[in-house]
Design a protein around this ligand. Structure first.
Ligand code: 3PY
Ligand code: MG
Length: 261
């Protein structure tokens, strides 16, 4: 964990040390679930999903301290186009925001403008829970925030893939996050879901190479342990491993199978 800035600063510090992070992914808007996931030693962070999951600003605000109690950073994914929510999440103490469907340089600039203080953006001041959690003075937080509050723009459409160099070139964008399910739907013209298929894999390779060329960070969603291991070996910086709902169902189904024979 980072020495200064506590859990709020822990993500930037972990990304600097270069080892891939494996994060939990929670759509159940119950802070206790986020706290339980954070308690697993193998998870480096917890993502709270406001796009397809049930989280909102209030549940994120209540979850962050329980994740921070384990010394771990929280990441939040906002709904599509909800850029004005981004600064509220950083105020609550999240360390990164993932924005879905960032399809152009304009989308990326708008995202960054709500996430970063001047001169990079126009984030409004008011990070009271973040100050309490980080232990930083207001002046120190203002100086450090643009480096601690990270922006990950989701690349999950053909337009985003085409614009990836421009998106990565936006100063207030720290990296990209690949959504392999949406990407597979887009690349197949809606024919099917194939997040681990050859076409999606080629797009991931391309995104990884362009991100490395830009000197930025890349995250990706993964549905299974073996795929997560593979993605970590390939050099992805941050891999989200399965959702709480999927893990709950898998655990219940395995137990019932044993019970029922
Ligand atoms: C996708 O795969 O499309 C995602 O958004 C991951 O959650
Ligand atoms: Mg998606």
């Amino acid at each position: 964990m980072a020495e200064r800035g506590g859990a709020v600063a822990a993500l930037a510090a972990r990304l600097r040390d270069g080892r891939p992070l494996i994060t939990a992914w929670s759509g159940i808007a119950e802070p206790a679930v986020a706290g339980i996931l954070a308690g697993e030693p193998g998870f480096d962070a917890v993502v709270l999903d406001m796009q397809h999951g049930a989280h909102d600003v209030a549940s994120v605000t209540r979850s962050v301290p329980l994740v921070a109690a384990r010394g771990k950073p929280t990441i939040a994914r906002v709904p599509v186009g909800a850029f004005s929510t981004v600064s509220r999440l950083f105020d609550a103490g999240v360390s990164a925001v993932i924005a879905p469907m960032v399809n152009s340089v304009e989308d990326a600039r708008l995202f960054a403008s709500f996430a970063k203080f001047p001169p990079l953006g126009e984030r409004s001041w008011g990070p009271l829970p973040a100050l309490a959690l980080s232990g930083l003075s207001a002046d120190h937080y203002l100086k450090e925030a643009n480096g601690l509050c990270l922006t990950l723009a989701m690349v999950e459409t053909r337009a985003a893939l085409d614009a990836i160099d421009g998106i990565l070139g936006v100063l207030g964008i720290d990296g990209v996050f690949i959504g392999p399910s949406d990407l597979s739907i887009a690349l197949s013209g809606g024919a099917g879901l194939d997040p681990d298929g050859a076409v999606t894999r080629a797009a991931l390779d391309h995104a990884l190479a362009r991100t490395r060329a830009a000197g930025k960070r890349i995250g990706v969603y993964s549905q299974t342990g073996p795929r997560t291991r593979e993605l970590a070996g390939q050099g992805f910086d941050l891999i989200a491993l399965a959702s709480d709902v999927a893990l709950l169902r898998a655990g219940v189904q395995a137990a019932l199978k044993e019970a029922r024979g």
